[in-house]
Ligand binder design. Structure first.
Ligand code: TPP
Ligand code: SF4
Ligand code: MG
Length: 330
């Protein structure tokens, strides 16, 4: 294969992430899901992804990238889209940019908390584009503070030993939030794994297609070795455990006509019988497998009541999925 034929990589050398960080492994396949990756215009919120790829005046990005402030991803995406539409209407698009698509990239803090209004505004306006939330379950860039998607009972620096989490906090459901607006064309949950190594790129492709018509949303669970406490080379194994225990349900939702139609992408063995109308297999891939794989759950594991509550929350999620999804495999 000649150099010209090699797969385009949107990120080059010079990155500053921690060893084993999964952010770039999340972002690269996402960009490559676009029909014309070189024409993707990235709008990125403050967070580890900025530090990982771009410390002024250096950048690892090989495509257009704009750093926007923490809380503004959705609004900035609208502005970027409007700017390109205006240039297009005036016939002033630079040569070779006939298929520009806007990609917003934001962490879970920037999405679920401080930037939630900006996200909801973008969804309400129904603007074309793809929004990627790389969800590492915390404000990792500033030292692992608890965010709106941190699991209840996990250790963060604002929930030491997981004890200070509000009794009702559970972690926001970003997929359902993204679907609160009828304009949303697509929403999907994905992650890195050895089981489904192409899941991110596959869903990004669907998102970029749907995103031509209106807002498409991707939530990628992106493990963080530093904040979660696991060996730096084990990210994909952590994803596998998340998928098999049901903590990370791979699913997607398409807008078909006026409807949001839900599809399950993988049915873990634990829930196979349940899906057919039977019971959840409590002996298969229990939640302890997930909890024991990361130090952030070390203290939670000492309390059987909290472990059981965690398991109930995950099983409940699957009850909701069975209620909402089309028949598995359809
Ligand atoms: C308005 C504002 N408040 C606080 C910060 C400091 N800050 C920068 S990144 C960050 C954490 C971002 O968390 P998240 O969005 O989850 O991304 P991650 O760091 O986990 O990649 C914070 C608090 C900021 N840049 N702007
Ligand atoms: S703190 Fe976590 S998310 Fe941030 S660069 Fe390090 S490994 Fe990546
Ligand atoms: Mg985060």
């Amino acid at each position: 294969m000649s150099n010209q034929e090699e797969k385009f990589c949107p990120l080059g050398n010079g990155q500053a992430a921690c060893a084993g960080c999964t952010i770039n492994q999340t972002i690269e396949p996402t960009v490559l899901g676009a029909a014309n990756p070189k024409q993707v215009i990235v709008v990125g919120a403050s967070g580890c992804s900025i530090v990982a790829q771009y410390i002024y005046p250096l950048t690892a990005w090989k495509i257009n990238f704009t750093h926007v402030i923490f809380e503004t991803t959705g609004g900035a995406m609208t502005g970027m889209e409007a700017a390109y539409t205006a240039l297009k209407n005036k016939g002033r698009l630079p040569k070779g940019t006939n298929d520009v698509q806007v990609l917003g990239i934001a962490g879970d803090g920037a999405t679920a908390d401080i930037g939630l209004g900006s996200l909801l505004g973008w969804l309400e306006r129904g603007d074309p584009g793809v929004y990627l939330c790389y969800d590492n379950n915390g404000y990792q860039n500033t030292g692992t503070q608890s965010s709106g998607t941190s699991p209840k009972g996990s250790h963060t620096t604002t929930t030491p030993k997981g004890f200070l989490t509000s009794p009702n906090a559970q972690g926001k459901d970003l997929i359902r939030l993204a679907l609160c607006q009828p304009a949303t064309t697509y929403a999907a949950m994905t992650t890195l794994s050895t089981l489904w190594p192409h899941d991110i790129e596959h869903k990004a492709k669907e998102a970029f297609e749907a995103g031509r018509e209106g807002p498409a949303f991707l939530q990628c669970i992106s493990p963080c070795p530093r904040g979660w406490g696991y060996p730096a080379d084990k990210a994909r194994e952590i994803g596998d455990i998340g998928i098999e225990t049901g903590v990370i349900p791979l699913h997607h939702v398409r807008k078909i006509g006026e409807e949001h139609v839900w599809y399950l992408d993988y049915l873990p063995e634990r829930y196979v019988e349940y899906w057919k109308g039977g019971e959840i297999r409590q002996d298969v891939h229990p939640i302890e497998e997930w909890l024991k794989s990361q130090l952030r759950f070390k203290d939670l594991l000492t309390d059987p009541a909290k472990v059981a509550a965690y398991q109930r929350r995950v099983d409940h999620k699957w009850k909701e999925l069975r209620r909402d999804c089309e028949p598995y495999g359809s």
